[in-house]
Design a protein around this ligand. Structure first.
Ligand code: NAD
Ligand code: MG
Length: 300
């Protein structure tokens, strides 16, 4: 039997005060360069057939939360396509290995979500490789933390990258997916605790996440009559490459200490929310809502 209590394992990976070692990478960041390497449920996730025979596309599925969701979905019986940036090829191939080890089909669709046509192509290639599409997880995201500089430190380039990746990417991927989704299928967006309690250092990012909450409610209204459910997960602080790639080392080390549970999450601890929302049986009447996985920070 694999070891199951992920949170116990996760606590062991943090220091006595709940923090991580100071470290830094360049965006988008890679998994192997992280110390410690995150826990994506490789040794712990047990499938129960909850997504048997379904086909899923996960953006940003190479690393972090997306990787944990890809592993859990495959073990629950889904074939999985992952999108990522070309420079993350190494991470993507590791994930494909885990999906195949679960006995499912893995489809790799690199591409930049900031481009409308790329989003169309990503969905088309995913559908071709999977032979259909039932679940879309909009998980890719970008932020750039500017310390306490706040608005004065906001550069056009960072704003553009955050809005295009997080908001445009989610809308374009969802629009391209619509013609393939039917009754019982679903879309899951990834927002953030930042949508509810924004940090001064991430005004643009927090705004995109608040916008994605709004998009989730709106799309749930539009697609409900077709039997398609739309929900979101709002993570709190999670140990993923995004953090050392976009924050100062001291800020990385402090992540999670402000939560009631007193520590940062491992990506594996996020997967359950996505599996629940994706499950046609368990979440059959769940749409238009946001599930917080925040270590106790409020999402209302
Ligand atoms: P991550 O770095 O592992 O994943 C983010 C992924 O986004 C990258 O792997 C990359 O493939 C993808 N991406 C970024 N820009 C892209 C682009 N232009 N085109 C295609 N793909 C692109 O980090 P993560 O923390 O797992 O992030 C996943 C999601 O979780 C993001 O939406 C993030 O905003 C959200 N989130 C993370 C935290 C956290 O503390 N880690 C907290 C709240 C929300
Ligand atoms: Mg990555």
């Amino acid at each position: 039997m694999p070891e199951s209590p992920v949170s116990h394992h996760a606590r062991q990976m943090t220091d006595d005060e709940g923090g991580m070692p100071e470290q830094q990478q360049a965006p988008p960041g890679l998994t192997a360069a992280m110390d410690p390497v995150p826990d994506h449920g490789e040794a712990s996730w047990e499938g129960h057939g909850r997504l048997e025979g379904l086909k899923a596309l996960i953006t940003g599925g190479d690393s972090g939360i997306g990787r944990a969701v890809a592993i859990a979905f495959a073990r629950e019986g889904a074939d999985v396509a992952i999108n990522y940036l070309p420079e993350e090829d190494e991470d993507a191939h590791d994930v494909a290995g885990w999906i195949e080890k679960a006995g499912r089909t893995a489809v790799l669709v690199p591409g930049d979500l900031r481009e409308e046509q790329a989003c169309e192509d990503i969905v088309a290639r995913a559908v071709e490789g999977l032979g259909g599409l039932n679940i879309v997880v909009n998980n890719a995201g970008f932020h750039w933390a500017r310390g306490e500089e706040g608005l004065k430190g906001l550069a056009a380039e960072d704003l553009e990258r955050a809005v295009r990746t997080n908001l445009y990417g989610t809308l374009w991927i969802s629009r391209a997916a619509l013609k393939h989704l039917g009754r019982g299928d679903c879309i899951i967006n990834t927002t953030s605790v930042q949508a509810y309690d924004p940090s001064v250092s991430m005004i643009d990012y927090a705004a995109t996440k608040a916008a994605l909450n709004n998009v989730t409610a709106n799309l749930a209204a539009e697609l409900g009559p077709e039997g398609i459910r739309v929900n979101a997960v709002a993570p709190g602080p999670v140990w993923t490459p995004l953090q050392p790639a976009t924050k100062e080392p001291e800020a990385v080390a402090a992540m999670g200490k402000n939560t009631p549970l007193g520590r940062i999450a491992q990506p594996a601890e996020l997967a359950g929310a996505y599996v629940f929302l994706a499950s046609p049986a368990e979440a059959s009447y769940v749409s238009g809502t946001v599930v917080g996985v925040t270590g106790g920070l409020p999402v209302f």
